[in-house]
Write a protein that binds this ligand. Structure first.
Ligand SMILES: [Zn+2]
Length: 343
């Protein structure tokens, strides 16, 4: 977190806040006015400090990004895909404490990673739209103990973390007919709603026509609820026999075009600016303790590895338009060559 506090964007935010406080104080001029004053010189120089040099924060925007995968968040886990609310909260607290900032899957896939210098992006993805991920109470707020409620609580305690997630839904998500209440709420609160096909078919065994049809119908269902899906999470992590159909296709006169398709396993994802990035095969890491089935692939183990090898991890330079990295960090994707800055 030390890196974050000295980062350019955070410093700028603090400076702007100080300036706003000073202005409010001078307007109010009452008992609530701050005891210390801000000099005019300080006001002029504090509005927009330059971001730190990339090497100051060890920026590596060709580094790896954990894309975590969640299913149910329940008190009685029934499989390795479930997490308890306590374990889910602990993982988010860990991420926030290690300087991670949440971005959506679409922001990641498009290379729109706008986070402070020194911070690391993490993508939180949720499949199958189980009601334990999200449900709305009668008063219109997220039901306590759901993943969304927990994410928002952690983000309230750690504002730098942001607490946004990407929800990949099928028909009638979260037990909400058509997703007509839940999808607009998620989008209004900064969350992403992506496609997981209408009926969760195996896109390979279904054949190309049926695969496109289930993707297109899922796309249309989300759009009817006000969503604009940009990413597909592959049911069972299985690609169509023609892999490109995961991201570009048509059925019944409806076209779909996505920026990425998410696999199920089993390692950190390459930077979207890297030559290794393949939008049709974005790997994910299963959220899991460092015990049990296939524990070597668990999020706890991968987060330990990334923490132990900071140079392998994506670290932001704090400037969204610039892609900074050490000279030997890797190959930049063609689409981002013009923005590349090695140091
Ligand atoms: Zn699924």
């Amino acid at each position: 977190m030390t890196e974050l506090r000295t980062a350019g964007r955070v410093s700028a935010a603090v400076a702007v806040l100080a300036l706003a406080t000073a202005c409010a104080g001078s307007d109010a001029a009452g008992p609530g006015a701050p005891a210390t004053s801000v000099t005019p010189e300080a006001q002029v120089t504090s509005t927009s400090p330059p971001p730190p040099a990339p090497q100051e924060v060890s920026a590596n925007e060709l580094g790896q990004v954990p894309v975590l995968m969640y299913h149910r968040v329940v008190a009685d886990p029934r499989s390795v895909y479930d997490r308890t609310p306590a374990d889910f909260r602990a993982e988010l607290e860990r991420l926030a404490g290690e300087g991670y900032v949440t971005v959506t899957a679409a922001q990641y896939a498009k290379g729109e990673i706008d986070i402070p210098a020194g911070a690391h992006p993490v993508v939180l993805t949720f499949d199958d739209a189980d009601p334990s991920q999200f449900a709305l109470a009668a008063d219109g707020s997220p039901v306590a103990g759901t993943a969304v409620a927990i994410m928002r609580e952690v983000a309230a305690a750690h504002p730098d973390f942001r607490g946004v997630g990407s929800f990949f839904v099928n028909a009638d998500p979260f037990g909400d007919p058509g997703g007509l209440r839940t999808i607009p709420w998620l989008r209004a609160h900064g969350m992403e709603v992506g496609n997981h096909t209408l009926t969760h078919v195996n896109l390979r065994t279904a054949g190309p026509a049926a695969a496109q049809q289930d993707i297109a119908r899922g796309d249309q269902a989300i759009r009817r609820a006000g969503g604009e899906p940009e990413v597909l999470a592959l049911p069972f992590g299985i690609l169509p026999s023609e892999p490109g159909l995961a991201v570009d296709g048509a059925a019944d006169g409806v076209e779909y075009h996505y920026r990425g398709a998410l696999l199920v396993g089993a390692n950190p994802a390459p930077s979207p600016y890297s030559g290794d990035f393949d939008p049709v095969r974005i790997p994910r890491i299963r959220s899991q303790a460092a015990t049990g089935k296939e524990a070597e692939l668990a999020s706890t183990v991968w987060l330990d590895k990334l923490a132990a090898d900071p140079a392998s991890r994506f670290t932001s330079d704090g400037v969204a338009e610039r892609v900074s990295f050490p000279q030997d960090a890797g190959v930049v994707a063609d689409a981002f060559q013009a923005r590349a800055q090695a140091y």
